[in-house]
Design a protein around this ligand. Structure first.
Ligand SMILES: Nc1ncnc2c1ncn2[C@@H]1O[C@H](COP(=O)(O)OP(=O)(O)OP(=O)(O)O)[C@@H](O)[C@H]1O
Length: 254
């Protein structure tokens, strides 16, 4: 089953159209990457799905239901977004407990909220003693775990991840990627992830779409990426750059 279907999506900010005729679908349980040049509209696509960018035409369907523009309570319990910068995305004056209980309160979730908070802290590998700390008392990796925990509070099936590890130290990136892999396996989640990193895609993702100038130039299985069998010249250039081969011709002639 396709958990997400996007057809002929065009997104604008005012008079400036930044996404053009984008179509792709994501199966339940899949990890789908959006990569490509800076400013090509990757985050904007996530924002349109999440309801944060509202000037779009085309069709977005999540769990078989057509997505309306803007934020909606039901949608929030099906799909959540995790942002790049855990420093900016957590409220500095709220304890982790307050941050994690907020979605439960807003959505009037029944049951013991403390138990649910501890369960989610466990699942993202954060010690329960962090529960009553503030964001500034946590490391960058721990804060991103809190941001992931917040996204999981309502038990969504689809997570939109906007460069979830790029603001973290290299040593911490692998821990968060392993956590995302574990959560997908344990909770049957589906991810759509914006990333600039081909190694991250190779490690974590099943399929990818390469974007340039607001358009998808190629959609491929990760096996094609690993085997150097991308077909679009721009995709090939990205792969070559990520392998430290910016100019293959000169390498061959050396
Ligand atoms: N709120 C906004 N208002 C106006 N223009 C915006 C806004 N947000 C993004 N843009 C523009 O839309 C285009 C696409 O931006 P977007 O952030 O989606 O690209 P991206 O591919 O995610 O880039 P990066 O890889 O650098 O994060 C860019 O030209 C950007 O300047």
């Amino acid at each position: 089953m396709n958990i997400l279907e996007i057809s002929d999506l065009n997104v604008s900010y005012g008079t400036s159209q930044v996404v053009h005729d984008v179509s792709f679908s994501v199966k339940e349980g899949e990890i789908f990457a959006l990569c490509g040049e800076s400013g090509s509209g990757k985050s904007t696509i996530l924002r349109a799905i999440a309801g944060l960018a509202t000037e779009w035409t085309g069709a977005i369907s999540v769990l078989g239901r057509a997505r309306e523009r803007g934020l909606s309570a039901r949608f929030a319990s099906e799909c959540q977004m995790v942002f790049q910068d855990p420093y900016a995305s957590l409220h500095p004056r709220k304890t982790i407990d307050a941050t994690l209980s907020e979605p439960l309160r807003i959505h009037r979730v029944a049951g013991n909220h403390g138990d649910r908070i501890e369960e989610v802290l466990d699942s993202v590998g954060l010690d329960r003693r962090f529960r009553f700390r503030f964001p500034h008392q946590l490391s960058g990796g721990q804060r991103q775990r809190v941001a992931i925990a917040r996204a999981l509070m309502l038990q969504p099936r689809l997570l939109l991840l906007d460069e979830p590890t790029s603001a973290l130290d290299v040593s911490v990136q692998a821990e968060v990627l392993n956590l995302l892999k574990k959560l997908r396996r344990e909770q049957g989640l589906t991810y759509v992830m914006v990333t600039h990193s081909m190694p991250v895609i190779s490690f974590l993702c099943d399929r990818l779409a390469v974007m340039r100038h607001g358009r998808v130039v190629e959609t491929a299985d990760v096996e094609q990426l690993k085997a150097d069998r991308m077909t679009d010249p721009y995709s090939q250039e990205l792969v070559a750059l990520s392998r430290g081969r910016p100019d293959q011709k000169s390498e061959k002639t050396q």
